[in-house]
Design a binder for this molecule. Structure first.
Ligand SMILES: Cc1ncc(COP(=O)(O)O)c(C=O)c1O
Length: 468
């Protein structure tokens, strides 16, 4: 390494050596993702102790620092592994990593005159729309489904109550979602100034989808009492069970009542690209806005979500500002006028690169493969008296319970079991609750999970349950 020049950190780095180290670390990570690990390693003692060290004033060897960072990450829960089936995981798509590194290297700021990358971002938005069957006229890349839902609801609020971004809502609003919508919807309603009392949780049917008769009744009730219906948020893949609300019927109700339709497909919308589930999403094209997370079932690393809008005006109406340090060229919208965030990276690069390198068919095939895993797993549970399947999987999330062998409270048993499985670390799944019943939940989104891994999953759950 060259002698450090005090004001030039770049002089401390031998680029070629650093890239070699990074390449080794990535190769090792990617090859370790191929097969499940027998155990999750805990943080080595020397590293745990090193966290007490004070801020270093002097430079240190990059290889040791990089190796330590890699060891810490390797001892953490990594959703790219085949048996990480908790929450809605991710996949660790390699093109996403490369895209993220390249994006970070250039560090373009999408808030201010980003230049050429804006055209790529528009193309990425269109490609994602094409993949799932939606034609966006506008949209934005955001940090996650939470912010995409918030962005859409801010646009819907301004459309229903023009000027509300300045004056506040000045009257009660109604926002409608199913009883099983993600809590990001409640947060978005709170943060966008409507107050969570505005949220109407609509009952679900036997398939755990929003009941459209109840939705219509709730909108009519609100209208009759002078409350402004602002938006219906349909979920295209609920977080708990993967239910897809009946989008076509909901779109019809929204059109009749003149209410904005937002579809939260943060988790589930990529299944609209898979032949076996495409029909579930009929009516998506009638939505005013749509959320889909690229950092879930589209394989990209966190964080990357997309909010797409059918029309061009509403985002600008909700977010446009004229500032002295942010002047507008005649008739040209600044990138920051379409979204909530200010400084932000070119989040579109990793997904653009991935779609271009792998092609849409690879996405369709892998999404179909994960849907098949969920169906196969559900079949295995149905055929096994030690387990109870709690719903037919519509997408790739499956909630189930282990039945305690000697009788006893299955709720307490499954709560303990979820914790014991997490402590064991061979498989990673999450405890959940369906209709008040504590249960186990898995969600398949990872192309690295194979059919044979399902056997391992059941064997591990069975073994740990036997020790409970
Ligand atoms: C249906 C749904 N909406 C929104 C979100 C929030 O997404 P994010 O974690 O990207 O903010 C999630 C997260 O799991 C989700 O499943």
């Amino acid at each position: 390494m060259t002698q450090p020049a005090a004001a030039d950190p770049g002089a401390l780095i031998d680029h070629a050596a650093m890239l070699r180290l990074l390449s080794e670390a990535l190769t090792s990570a990617w090859s370790s993702f191929e097969r499940p690990r027998p155990r999750e390693p805990s943080l080595p003692g020397d590293l745990a102790a090193a966290f007490d060290a004070r801020l270093p004033d002097a430079p240190s060897a990059p290889d040791a620092a990089l190796a330590d960072a890699a060891r810490v990450l390797d001892s953490s829960h990594c959703p790219s592994r085949p048996l990480f089936l908790a929450y809605v995981g991710s996949t660790g798509l390699e093109a996403g990593v490369v895209g993220a590194a390249l994006t970070a290297a250039y560090d373009v700021n999408m808030a201010v005159a980003p230049g050429a990358v804006e055209a790529l971002e528009h193309q990425a938005l269109r490609w994602i729309g094409e993949l799932v069957g939606y034609r966006p006229a506008d949209g934005a890349f955001t940090s996650g489904g939470m912010i995409s839902n918030l962005t859409a609801l801010a646009a819907a609020r301004e459309q229903a109550l023009p000027g509300s971004r300045r004056r506040g809502c000045q009257g009660a609003c109604g926002v409608y979602c199913s009883d099983e919508a993600h809590h990001s919807v409640a947060r978005a309603v709170e943060i966008s100034g409507m107050g969570s009392d505005a949220l109407r949780r609509i009952a679900i049917d036997h398939c755990r989808r929003m009941r459209v008769d109840e939705l219509r009744a709730a909108i009519a009730r609100d209208r009759a009492s002078g409350i402004t219906p602002v938006a219906v948020v349909a979920t295209a893949g609920t977080t708990l069970t993967g239910a897809v609300d009946p989008l076509g019927e909901i779109a019809a109700a929204c059109a009749e009542h003149g209410v904005w339709l937002h579809v939260d497909g943060a988790y589930g919308l990529p299944a609209a690209a898979a032949p076996s589930t495409r029909e579930l999403f009929a009516g998506l094209d009638r939505a005013d806005s749509v959320t889909v997370d690229a950092h879930k079932w589209l394989g990209i690393q966190k964080s990357c979500s997309v909010v797409m809008l059918r029309d061009r005006g509403p985002l600008s109406n909700a977010f446009h500002h004229d500032e002295r340090y942010m002047v507008h060229r005649e008739g040209v919208r600044n990138a920051v006028d379409a979204t909530l965030e200010y400084s932000r990276p070119a989040r579109s690069i990793p997904i653009w690169l991935a779609l271009r390198i792998y092609g849409a068919d690879a996405f369709r095939a892998w999404i179909e493969q994960t849907l098949d895993l969920a169906r196969t797993f559900a079949e295995a549970l149905r055929g096994d008296s030690a387990f109870e399947l709690l719903h037919a999987p519509m997408l790739s999330a499956v909630c189930f319970r282990h039945i305690p062998a000697g009788g006893g409270d299955p709720g307490a048993h499954n709560t303990r079991l979820a914790q014991a499985i997490a402590d064991d670390g061979r498989v990673y799944l999450a405890g959940a609750s369906v209709d008040g019943m504590p249960c186990l939940r898995v969600c398949f989104v990872n192309f690295r999970t194979r059919r044979e891994d399902l056997g391992t999953l059941l064997a591990v759950v069975r073994e740990i349950a036997a020790g409970e």
